[in-house]
Design a protein around this ligand. Structure first.
Ligand code: C5P
Length: 221
């Protein structure tokens, strides 16, 4: 079996999910968006009225959740107990709270276990923050995808700015704040793994980023 695992990590808005999805498609691999899992836990915890500062309560809640990622007509669909929460987990409220929930050790243990199980048969493109450094340390290809904060904010704003109802400047501040939390947390912070290839996509169109990663993947086969 020639299949490999590919880890794509990086800060918010670097285009990881767009790129990871296209790379997976090009190779006939399965795409797994781990950020969606942390978002689903955050959405559900807030929906249940939990205090997200309460690690024990959020961990116990996360353990009970049935989270599934399924292919849908416009990309990946996130199912929580069978309910489609795909668009609900992309709200500004979730953007503002997900990094707090993702800093809870018990939540990470539960989700990392799921992520490793999903990748065990290989042939997976997984995007997140700690995939190359912690979840799949043996991934054959690791990419750390980044871009300037201005460009990341601009892309996000083009994509969802109106829906989120915030200015470009506010988007930039909120992206920086989320990166600061994700890089600064005690457990599995966002960082470039020693053996990850750094790819700065500032000014590079997504299709070119995809073809570069695809080429790197083909070299590993
Ligand atoms: O990738 P996305 O922006 O959807 O991720 C949402 C949040 O989930 C991140 O800001 C981070 O707090 C958390 N996350 C994480 N580890 C991952 C993926 C996402 O902590 N592997």
């Amino acid at each position: 079996d020639e299949r490999i695992n590919i880890a794509i990590d990086g800060p918010a808005g670097a285009g990881k999910s767009t790129v990871a999805r296209s790379v997976a498609e090009a190779l006939g691999y399965i795409y797994i968006d781990t950020g969606a899992m942390y978002r689903a836990v955050t959405w559900s915890a807030r929906e249940a009225g939990l205090d997200i500062e309460n690690d024990e309560a959020v961990t116990a809640h996360a353990r009970k959740l049935d989270i599934r990622l399924a292919p849908g007509p416009d990309g990946q669909v996130v199912l929580l107990g069978g309910e489609d929460v795909t668009s609900r987990i992309r709200s500004r409220d979730i953007n503002l709270h997900v990094s707090r929930v993702a800093a809870i050790d018990g939540v990470r243990i539960r989700l990392v276990e799921m992520q490793r199980a999903l990748a065990s048969a290989k042939g997976v493109v997984m995007d997140g923050r700690d995939i190359g450094s912690h979840v799949l340390p043996d991934a054959e290809l690791k990419v750390y995808l980044t871009a300037s904060v201005q460009e990341r904010a601009r892309r996000r704003h083009l994509e969802a700015g109106d829906a989120l109802g915030i200015s470009l400047e506010q988007m930039e501040r909120e992206i920086e704040e989320r990166d600061r939390k994700d890089m600064g947390r005690a457990v599995s912070p966002l960082l470039q793994a020693d053996d990850a290839v750094l790819l700065d996509s500032t000014g590079i169109p997504a299709d070119e980023v995809v073809s570069r990663i695809r080429e790197m993947a083909l070299e590993k086969l």
